[in-house]
Design a protein around this ligand. Structure first.
Ligand SMILES: [Co+2]
Length: 232
């Protein structure tokens, strides 16, 4: 990384931290991590424009950075947690009874994920996570929320017709499987422990983690022994 890039990263991270704190404070007063206050959004936009103008960063690089946190780095943390829960029943029990402590064992926690609850899918119950008011999401284990998670149709249909919505997303649940919908807030966020797919009995923890998708930890997909990736 050259000096200009290093300098940019420092500025960007400082700005991100300021935004996070601001959004977090806003969220705690309203119960939800609301969309950014407009003045903050404007300041971020100005900062980005300035950085682009000065040639310190191009928009594609910013988009790539966001994509990385949305798709790659973020959800890998949650995948490690799920894989550990699958191979270690005692860990799973701790995760289900005190998620914050169990996530802390693996080094995960902090901003936008201070209070977590883990919910487990099984043959009878399927869990689905939404934030009906805005976009509360467990950053330490899933990274940044995907665009569809923040969309009005997802937020409303998850509550009105979760089964129908899941079917449209390609997850057709049998009628005898109950669907539980969890509404996230700034104070409480959820991680779904998907079912371990059959045919993975001989898999290592690492191999299992590689199968776990972000979508399965939100509850809009299952995990298969041949991982299919996430919705964009
Ligand atoms: Co919210």
């Amino acid at each position: 990384m050259d000096e200009a890039r290093r300098g940019f990263m420092k500025v960007a991270l400082t700005a991100a931290a300021a935004v996070t704190q601001s959004a977090n404070a806003h969220g705690q007063s309203s119960g939800h991590g609301q969309a950014l206050p407009s003045d903050t959004a404007l300041r971020v936009k100005s900062l980005e424009s300035l950085l682009v103008e000065k040639g310190l960063v191009d928009r594609k690089a910013v988009d790539a950075l966001i994509d990385t946190y949305e798709q790659k780095i973020g959800p890998r943390n949650g995948a490690r947690v799920v894989a550990r829960a699958w191979v270690d029943p005692a860990y799973k029990q701790r995760l289900l009874t005190n998620a914050d402590a169990a996530l802390g064992e693996l080094g995960f926690g902090g901003l936008q994920g201070e209070h977590m609850v883990a919910v487990e899918n099984n043959a009878n119950v399927h869990n689905l996570v939404v934030c009906t008011l805005c976009s509360c999401y467990p950053w330490p284990v899933l990274g940044l929320p995907p665009v569809w998670y923040k969309s009005a149709p997802y937020r409303s249909r998850s509550v009105i017709d979760p089964r129908g919505m899941l079917r449209e997303l390609g997850l057709d649940l049998p009628a005898d499987v109950g669907v539980r919908v969890w509404d996230s807030t700034a104070e409480l966020r959820y991680l779904v422990i998907p079912e371990r797919p059959t045919g993975t009995e001989a898999f290592s923890e690492e191999q299992l983690a590689a199968l776990v998708t972000r979508d399965s930890m939100i509850g809009v997909a299952k995990v298969s022994a041949t991982s299919t990736g996430d919705r964009s």
